[in-house]
Design a protein around this ligand. Structure first.
Ligand code: THU
Length: 138
């Protein structure tokens, strides 16, 4: 799966962003190890705290359908309209990635367009992260 295809899916998902309070629209596309793509958008709420980010929407859709192995995620976020910035995942979303992904292998693509993007390993965005291995006694 090419980066540009995943970014195109994230851009499509961003169209569904429900963000009347912040005006900040985010789309994400998550690639599983078996080649499926789960998309997500941010979904806000009048009570604010129930808001969920695009990345977690994509992860929770995938996990809730039995997918636990992931290769990479593309993220597109910006104030509504043209994408003017690279949107990096928030700390909570990085922690959710840490739960399901090997930080040395999982890639996070932040994009402005299918041609303009940057790629990071999760380890770079969440150094010394706390994950499932820390909790097990092995
Ligand atoms: N948001 C995301 O969807 N992903 C991020 O990684 C950063 C923030 C959303 C949450 C909220 O709806 C809006 O962007 C502004 O914070």
């Amino acid at each position: 799966m090419k980066e540009r295809e995943l970014i195109t899916e994230a851009l499509k998902a961003r169209e569904y962003s429900y963000s009347p309070y912040s005006g900040y629209a985010v789309g994400a596309a998550l690639l599983t190890e078996n080649g499926s793509i789960y998309t997500g958008c941010n979904i806000e709420n009048a009570a604010y705290t129930p808001t969920i980010c695009a990345e977690r929407t994509a992860f929770f859709k995938a996990v809730s359908e039995g997918n636990l192995k992931f290769e990479k995620i593309a993220i597109v976020g910006s104030p509504k309209g043209e994408v003017s910035q690279y949107a990096f995942p928030c700390g909570v979303c990085r922690q959710v990635m840490m739960e399901f992904c090997n930080p040395k292998e999982f890639q996070v693509i932040v994009a402005k367009s299918p041609e303009d993007y940057k790629v990071f390993y999760l380890e770079e965005l969440l150094p010394e992260g706390f994950g499932p291995d820390n909790v097990s006694d092995q």
